[in-house]
Design a protein around this ligand. Structure first.
Ligand code: ADP
Ligand code: MG
Length: 493
């Protein structure tokens, strides 16, 4: 086997093997992100989640005759901020269209959306999958209204309609068909959600339905034209996005390999059965008879206004990651973990400020995140403040405590609170670096274990055993490096 061939084989492949050879899966996502805003897109009604059904419905949201929509300036600003955060083109002129269809939870009989001229054009999102970087193109971002919600399981004979969500602003963010695996699609949604949260333009809470994805999947033989796609509607968790893609790609491959062809259709993912099933054949744009909404003027923006929003954008995760790597000497992996959520990044930065960045990152990622995870807590609910963890890091850096004692100290501060330095003093946890005391401890161990001393002289790797005994004898407070030195001298190794 030539070496180039074995290297190629070692690379993780995104291809799926079938009876007729390898297949490539192609994925494009349409993400619906609820705009973080107190009021709806065209009315002043509240967007509060979980309220009594039909308690946040204005006459506009209920589509009473003669009511006129009035655009919510903040929702527009949020869409522009998002566009800027996705390095996208912001269109100074965009149009609101009516997308006509009938559904009981859509009292207007149409959804106000943007079709030919969206507020945001092409952009991109950088993702990282197993250390491999990939840029996914964003096709567009447009503003639209959400529909109400039909409730079918409240009563055996009736369906109910809750219009609280009717008219809430959504950003539909459409990707290019640039993804080639379930993992890539999951990384894309995760990254998009991170960016939205940094920007404060969407809460990104998939459980509450304020971020949902329509997943478009097709398969093809590598290097050939794009295949016919199916669109899996409203997938509401990152895990389900991955599962839906995998089962849908399999289904399509089997059909084609059996000599069939894919019908372009809209499907639903059923997590309980782990399958997708047909919902309806795919509608075409002309089915909706889109036309510009005569109740709304074109949305025209001034460049100054867009520039002003740009100037106030927060530092975004990619920039923050580069800065963490440069300023604190972190690995790309650690930096990625820390910037995934803004509150974690802020916490880390406070711990690391003026300290050893790598040591700080270790303690935040391994100890703090590990502990938070175990207790199912969010960083905002951490019982240990960044200042407290920072003091623990200081005590380690100044050699006041050993790494092992630091873990005990972490436990104490976590469960009891208090100032770490004071606790170390009060409980006598300081590391013993005093040579006299350490020599005494070493002598005791040597005297008690003459047989081991003989063994160690023949086999220097036995030294570790002695270090362990001294650490044990001093309750973990001995400075291991100093103990090592003393032992080497005394044993003549
Ligand atoms: P529509 O609005 O009718 O759903 P679009 O052309 O806007 O159609 O595309 C919707 C999504 O489908 C986009 O995210 C796009 O990337 C994706 N897509 C388009 N063609 C394919 C394909 N052959 N396979 C997978 N995804 C695709
Ligand atoms: Mg679509």
């Amino acid at each position: 086997m030539s070496s180039s061939k074995s290297e190629a084989a070692a690379k993780p492949s995104n291809l799926i093997s079938g009876d007729t050879g390898d297949w490539e899966v192609v994925i494009g996502l349409e993400v619906h992100a609820q705009v973080a805003s107190n009021a709806k897109l065209f009315s002043g009604a509240s967007t509060e989640y979980g309220a009594e059904p039909n308690s946040h419905v204005s006459l506009v949201d209920a589509a009473m005759p003669g009511m006129l929509p009035v655009i919510n300036r903040e929702c527009v600003a949020q869409a522009i901020r998002t566009g800027l955060g996705l390095n996208a083109q912001v269109n100074l002129k965009s149009i609101f269209d009516r997308k006509n269809y009938f559904y009981p939870d859509l009292p207007q009989g149409y959804q106000i959306s943007q079709y030919k001229q969206p507020v945001v054009g092409e952009g991109k999102i950088e993702i990282d999958v197993d250390g491999e970087a990939l840029t996914v193109g964003v096709e567009r971002l447009h503003l639209e209204q959400d529909a109400g919600k039909s409730l079918h399981d409240q009563h055996p004979d009736y369906s109910y309609v809750d219009l609280n969500r009717s008219g809430v602003a959504l950003m539909e963010i459409v990707s290019k068909p640039d993804m080639r695996s379930a993992k890539q699609a999951q990384a894309y949604v995760t990254k998009l959600r991170t960016i939205l949260r940094y920007l404060g333009t969407c809460d990104g809470d998939m459980e509450k339905g304020n971020l949902r994805a329509d997943v478009n999947v097709s398969v093809r033989k590598p290097g050939t034209e794009l295949g016919t796609r199916c669109e899996i509607k409203n997938v509401n968790s990152i895990r389900f996005i991955g599962q839906a893609i995998e089962v849908e790609a399999r289904r399509q491959i089997e059909i084609i390999e059996d000599g069939g062809k894919i019908d372009q259709e809209t499907r639903l993912f059923d997590p309980a059965r782990g399958e997708t099933r047909s919902m309806r054949s795919k509608e075409e744009a002309h089915d909706y008879r889109y036309f510009p909404d005569p109740d709304l003027l074109p949305l025209e923006l001034k460049q100054d206004y867009v520039d002003g929003l740009q100037q106030h954008l927060p530092e975004l995760p990619d920039e923050k990651r580069s800065r963490f790597m440069k300023d604190f000497g972190l690995s790309a992996y650690d930096a990625n973990v820390l910037v995934a959520e803004r509150p974690s990044a802020d916490y880390f930065e406070q711990v690391a400020q003026g300290r050893d960045g790598k040591l700080a990152a270790n303690w935040v990622i391994n100890e703090l995140f590990g502990r938070l995870n175990k207790e199912g807590k969010d960083i905002a609910a951490s019982p240990m403040s960044a200042d407290q963890l920072g003091s623990i890091v200081d005590l380690i850096s100044s050699n006041a405590i050993s790494g092992k004692i630091a873990k005990d100290l972490f436990e104490i501060v976590w469960s009891e609170g208090g100032d770490p330095a004071t606790i170390v003093e009060a409980r006598g946890m300081k590391q013993v670096t005093d040579t006299g005391a350490l020599e005494k401890a070493v002598d005791d161990i040597i005297a008690a274990n003459p047989d081991k001393v003989e063994q160690a002289k023949a086999k220097p790797s036995m030294l570790g055993w002695f270090v362990g005994q001294v650490m044990k004898g001093t309750g973990g407070k001995a400075n291991p490096a100093a103990v090592n030195e003393i032992l080497k001298q005394k044993l003549g190794i």
